[in-house]
Design a binder for this molecule. Structure first.
Ligand SMILES: [Zn+2]
Length: 320
């Protein structure tokens, strides 16, 4: 290759790179409000003396299959030790119901909307996104609207572990006044990748969603915790990394408590072998620190059940 050719290729790449910077965009262009909140600066380290318990239920919306290299960092020594290589990995899409005796019913993530049961022509995502999402392997068991109607649930809010498409697929069916709570910077952060998903995310969130971005304030801790109802019944945990505003949740219960990891850890293997996600994560270094923070919470609070974002829960008895 001549030097001129090399220079011109370099300038082409440079122009391409520079011209892409200004078009990094938000995950959704819907308006959002910011809710400043007072969070504890330290992870939960002491026994929680809860007077009030929320009811908690896990709903499996669908089974699905995605590449293992997205779910797990296959370069991690523990993944190598287990001889893991990329392959289609069976996963599930879950959403969760919490019922507070005073504040009412909330979901964590939004499950799947009815249009996804009606075939490819009714998808609300763009064709480029659909082509990457392996919808042929999506087997739906429950839609959000059906679940809410048959159980006569009037929602007071939805908390999102994050705004990746597989967590907002039921949002458009939810009544517009219902607050959608997301983590710090989840909407306001701009990334190049969002150029491809913003339209689809907008459509799935539906018209004029009541988006509320929780602002945990500046602190030096990677992981910070919000006692959402102020009665130690439901803790929202900021775990940036997988996405800027990823959230995890700790829900005390009589049986010993539930720790929901969100996609800070998608898989059982990831939690049990301490391996962070692979290519699906935006910031691996930050995801690592957040997973360490959740491990710390798990070791100090000792929840009975731990829920990876996309696979069966781990019962603490499994660990003995
Ligand atoms: Zn996910």
């Amino acid at each position: 290759m001549s030097i001129f050719m090399a220079v011109s290729i370099f300038s082409f790449i440079f122009v391409l790179f520079v011209s892409f910077i200004p078009i990094a965009c938000q995950v959704s262009s819907h308006d959002h409000k910011t809710l400043p909140i007072e969070s504890s600066l330290e992870p939960i380290a002491r026994p929680i003396k809860t007077q009030i318990m929320v009811e908690f239920q896990v709903i499996k919306a669908a089974d699905w299959e995605v590449p293992l290299a997205g779910l797990l960092n296959l370069n991690d020594p523990n993944a190598k030790l287990a001889n893991l290589t990329d392959r289609p990995e069976p996963i599930s899409i879950y959403f969760y119901l919490i019922k507070h005796p005073k504040f009412g019913a909330f979901l964590i993530d939004s499950g799947i909307g009815e249009s996804f049961t009606k075939g490819k022509d009714h998808l609300l995502v763009s064709s480029i996104v659909a082509s990457q999402m392996n919808f042929d392997k999506l087997k739906i068991y429950e839609t959000t609207k059906n679940f809410l109607t048959k159980n006569k649930i009037s929602l007071k809010g939805i908390f999102y572990t994050h705004l990746h498409l597989d967590h907002v697929m039921g949002a458009y069916e939810v009544e517009r006044s219902v607050p959608f709570y997301v983590g710090p910077n989840e909407v306001s952060n701009k990334q190049f990748i969002n150029l491809f998903v913003q339209g689809s995310t907008n459509r799935l969130l539906g018209e004029n969603p009541n988006l509320i971005q929780l602002d945990f304030g500046k602190n030096q801790y990677q992981v910070s915790v919000l006692d959402f109802f102020g009665d130690q019944s439901f803790f929202v945990i900021s775990v940036p990394g997988h996405t800027p505003g990823s959230l995890a949740f700790l829900i005390p219960s009589k049986e010993g408590g539930h720790l929901l990891l969100g996609d800070t850890c998608h898989t059982r293997f990831g939690w049990l072998q301490n391996v962070i996600p692979g290519s699906f994560t935006a910031d691996s270094e930050s995801n690592r620190k957040s997973l360490d923070g959740l491990k710390f919470i798990a070791s100090s609070y000792k929840p009975k059940y731990i829920y990876p974002g996309h696979q069966e829960r781990i019962v603490s008895i499994d660990l003995k």
